[in-house]
Design a protein. Sequence first.
Length: 127
Amino acid sequence: MYKTALQNHFTYNSTVGAISTEELFELPLTGNKGLNLDKIAKTLDNEIKTQGTSFVSAVPADKIPTQKLELVKDVIATKLAEQAALKTAAENKTKREKILQILASKQDEVLSSKTEAELLAELEALG
């Protein structure tokens, strides 16, 4: 799919003019005053729907808009997966920090429960 797009120099209509396949990865999913992947996908979907099917013409329908739409959908899926991975990583980081805080607290409790003699012995062992 990407090879075809690159070989044929696919461009995608946007609010600021034509953008390349490579530039799709720089666009946000939504927002940005209409310069986004969702808007480009909707435009391609409408283009495909308005192409129509001829039952009398021997010329097949143009496949490029469909290929472009599939590529944009793949970029969207990739970006959504990246967002999900970032969210999971952030959640894991927060949970790890919380576990480390609780672990430190428990270690403090264990240390606090030791007798003066045990603490002195530990200090001496540390040098």
